[in-house]
Write a protein that binds this ligand. Structure first.
Ligand SMILES: Cc1cc2nc3c(=O)[nH]c(=O)nc-3n(C[C@H](O)[C@H](O)[C@H](O)COP(=O)(O)O)c2cc1C
Length: 468
């Protein structure tokens, strides 16, 4: 066989080789061996063995260029595991290097062969696999990654994580890592709402684990509907990308936030009540965004038709008086955001029995009395006043002027004013146009989704807290 030395190569090629070798942390000779081995593999693989360095049994992971982000995808044993194959593609098309672990249960749903073909290297399945352990090992799997994505995150995996178990490869790696962890839970709605799962979830969120989903919809296996569907691969890939990006810090980690949301129902009698058109979408979006930013969030919600945001402690109330009580019990907090549309008045002479319609009798006289002003009560507290008290002003005319007046009257720090005239579609709709009113002036925000308003508000809060 003809001999070839690196010195004989032209300068440009030598320079390129040196660069590749430096990036992958190999000697130039080893880099050449790697390239030849890959070329031989593409050609059928027969030539691979003789030129493999004899001591190395490492699975052939393509060298990762500097700056390329690495995700370790842990696939749990749920029906949604098939979607994780697509997730591998979605992550890779974003230039993310992917490694994959399948739990034993996951192997009932997808095979290491199909996952490995998509990842482009060996898939890891066994904690006690001697070859795997000597080659890469669970500690290296845990460390050589920028983010661990668990999708689907089964109820069982979440329970083990919350309890600090490490009795298989997935949980051992999850316990040994110091990388961020993103969970995409997927399970039957009853499993999801079960107190044990919610307890584990609260623990995981408090431990700093990030979440994407679960979404509401039809369950693949049972035809049931509810919250528990795994987020779609594109959503998970976007959430992973966000966590991997520079702004991935959790600016509200260690901070306690209180959010109120939804309408209140003020009883007329045991079956009738006065309500308003608030959907709770804005308040719930704020609670979710605050939790995603790492805050410990309590959401006090009036009656709404929305799923509880993941990782948030939700206290459900009906009336303004109950809301005030729940808010006061949740103190102390660093920031309080009052997005609920609290009824200004309630019926003073609430009937203890259903008010009967009787022929010939006058219509009932409903006398109204003022409800407690929650925003003002909290903003004027002498003790345990949150550092930042933020209110919403839902106006139908003179939005900015009324909001400025409200800021002064209520003693709060910021007001988010919005025009809720029916033609704006804001009340109950999915978008919002805000004017942020502070002591410094009025700042109009662009029309955007309620999620984007929430993200913008949370970013402003984080900046304000960092300043003060
Ligand atoms: C057909 C089938 C579908 C399942 N789907 C789910 C699911 O979507 N979510 C879940 O939490 N568990 C699901 N399970 C139960 C898990 O497979 C079981 O709890 C297993 O121990 C999870 O193991 P792992 O967390 O190590 O992957 C399913 C079981 C079967 C048989």
């Amino acid at each position: 066989m003809a001999s070839l030395t690196i010195r004989q190569l032209d300068e440009r090629l030598k320079k390129l080789l040196r660069l590749r070798a430096a990036r992958s942390g190999r000697s130039v000779e080893d880099e050449v061996r790697t390239i030849l081995r890959a070329a031989a593999d593409e050609d059928g693989g027969e030539a691979a063995e003789p030129i493999s360095p004899p001591a190395s049994k490492s699975p052939r992971r393509p060298a990762i260029a500097p700056g390329v982000k690495r995700v370790l995808l842990i696939v749990g044993g749920g029906i949604a595991a098939y979607k994780s194959l697509d997730l591998i593609r979605r992550l890779k098309e974003r230039g993310i290097a992917v490694r994959c672990i399948l739990t034993k249960a996951a192997e009932h749903f997808v095979t290491p062969l199909s996952a490995g073909a998509l990842v482009g290297e060996k898939v890891f399945t066994d904690l006690f696999d001697p070859a795997g352990e000597f080659d890469v090992g669970h500690i290296r799997l845990a460390r050589e990654t920028d983010l661990i994505v668990v999708a689907p995150a089964t109820a069982d995996l979440m329970a083990k994580m919350a309890g600090g178990h490490a009795n298989d490869l997935a949980t051992a790696v999850l316990l040994a890592t110091d990388a961020r962890i993103l969970l995409a839970p997927a399970m039957n709605p009853r499993m999801w709402s079960n107190k044990a799962t919610q307890r584990n979830l609260a623990q995981l969120v408090a431990d700093g684990v990030a979440l994407v989903g679960p979404n509401e919809g039809e369950m693949a296996e049972s035809g049931e509907r509810g919250t528990g569907r795994m987020a779609e691969p594109l959503e998970i890939a976007a959430a992973a990308e966000k966590l991997l990006s520079a702004g991935a810090e959790r600016p509200l980690a260690g901070k306690r936030l209180l959010v109120t949301s939804g309408p209140t129902h003020e009883p007329i009698d045991p079956v009738r009540y006065i309500a308003n058109r608030s959907s709770g979408k804005q308040g719930h979006a704020i609670a979710a965004a605050a939790a995603a930013a790492g805050a410990d969030v309590t959401l006090v919600s009036g009656p709404v038709n929305l799923p509880d945001p993941a990782g948030v402690t939700v206290i459900k109330v009906e009336t303004a008086r109950e809301m005030l009580q729940a808010v006061e019990r949740a103190l102390p907090v660093d920031v309080a955001i009052f997005a609920a549309a609290v009824a200004d008045w309630r019926v003073a002479n609430e009937g203890s029995q259903k008010i009967k319609k009787k022929a010939g009798q006058a219509t009932p006289d409903l006398t109204l009395t003022e409800n407690p002003d929650i925003l003002s009560t909290i903003a004027h507290r002498k003790s345990q006043r949150p550092r930042l008290v933020i209110g919403f002003a839902a106006e139908t005319e003179n939005v900015a002027a009324n909001a400025k007046d409200k800021l002064a009257r209520k003693g709060c720090d910021w007001i988010l004013a919005n025009d809720v005239s029916p033609q704006t579609g804001i009340m109950g709709g999915d978008s919002n146009t805000i004017q942020l009113v502070t002591a410094k002036g009025i700042e109009p925000w662009p029309p955007q989704t309620k999620q984007d308003v929430a993200a913008m508000l949370i970013a402003r809060i984080a900046a304000e807290i960092a300043r003060s």
